[in-house]
Design a binder for this molecule. Sequence first.
Ligand code: A3P
Length: 356
Amino acid sequence: MSAAELQENNTTGNVKHMASLLPFRLPAQLKIIIFCFSLFLNDFNWLQPICPIEGRLGGARSQAEFPLRALQFKRGLLHEFRKGNASKDQVRLHDLVQQLPKAIIIGVRKGGTRALLEMLNLHPAVVKASQEIHFFDNDENYGKGIEWYRKKMPFSYPQQITIEKSPAYFITEEVPERIYKMNSSIKLLIIVREPTTRAISDYTQVLEGKERKNKTYYKFEKLAIDPNTCEVNTKYKAVRTSIYTKHLERWLKYFPIEQFHVVDGDRLITEPLPELQLVEKFLNLPPRISQYNLYFNATRGFYCLRFNIIFNKCLAGSKGRIHPEVDPSVITKLRKFFHPFNQKFYQITGRTLNWP
Ligand code: A3P
């Protein structure tokens, strides 16, 4: 008998044996068909929007052991619950909890924070807080207390981790201390882009807001360069936000550098997978995001997300705006200005980003 035949015989034997365990009296062949069908359902339960798999797991498992595919199946269920369709009983039945984040994307605004959050959410062990919560940077929200913040978190299974993003956290004075008080060992993600490009992106967003309200706005050049000195205008917020090292230094008074991970936002646009794999590693998650989950959409000009054969999505049109043309001499001036700050940023973070 060949090895293949032996294998096949063994499999058939196993199936027959398992089929014989079916508790009711049925002809053997029918039992085999039922058993094979149940195997089919097991293997293909990604077709089911909701899989009551936790009933079969029996007892709590550590995150490492927990079958991540099982968590993926539960997404449909979580989605329903997020829409507010869950009854208290359902929440209890499925052991759902609203967990404080174990990692936060603290910024930087226009760095690609939404893309990063959405892409990490492809991982079955990650659940995103869809809205920017602005808990730590908004005094009124902060005053409502940590339970208010927790209640803003999505439902998740205890084995999953919750991630939120509020890009203003990175530049807001009070935030590092407040986050430290909540969890001194939290993981912090900073996504950065080449500082001048980021500043222009920031400007573009504000400009669009003004145009929507039929208001006129200054040209970027006028805001970024002080007309009196002809130097870079460091009072302009879009410029200040791009001095990454200044902000990071404030954070380092509370958290060691090991608790930060720098994501290259420019590379996340062109080559997202390797960036996401670095984040998976930083978060101690098993690698689950694959090229299958990311496909380039030529119409959008960006990578979009594929959760499964049925569900995929691109980011909203507000991500990936066309930037206005900026005087090249202003760009050169800005790049020269940012250069020493960038060098310091590379040195502190240990990540060199080859910006001009
Ligand atoms: P632009 O609008 O300047 O192109 P944020 O989410 O922090 O506001 O960042 C917005 C930026 O995310 C966009 O800036 C865009 O370039 C970038 N981005 C990265 N990956 C993207 C993706 N897959 N789809 C759309 N935008 C993406």
